[in-house]
Design a protein. Structure first.
Length: 97
């Protein structure tokens, strides 16, 4: 599928890009090559890309994951017990001017 000059011009306007006539022709040819490469990949798989399965391997198998369980959290007093001068929260230095 070749990219027509009209389609390329529409894409350039939508992308807010400006090209000289020489640059436009060069980029249009490069986009043609990219589209041709994508078509090659799509056609390489019999039946199209819908037949491609997820090939990523999980580091931890699903069966090894624990069940989600609601547990009690630490009380605020214990969390802030080692903080000097806290008034119920952590004091941090201001980093925005």
């Amino acid at each position: 599928m070749a990219l027509s000059k009209e389609d390329f011009d529409k894409l350039a306007v939508l992308s807010r890009l400006r090209f000289s006539p020489e640059e436009a022709e060069e980029f249009r040819n490069e986009m043609d090559d990219i589209i041709a490469f994508a078509d090659t990949i799509n056609n390489a798989v019999s039946g199209g890309t819908d037949d491609i399965k997820n090939t990523s391997v999980s580091a931890v198998p699903y069966t090894a994951l624990r069940e989600d369980a609601v547990e009690e959290s630490l009380p605020n007093e214990k969390i802030l017990s080692n903080v000097d001068g806290s008034r119920g929260f952590f004091n941090v230095k201001r980093c925005v001017k």
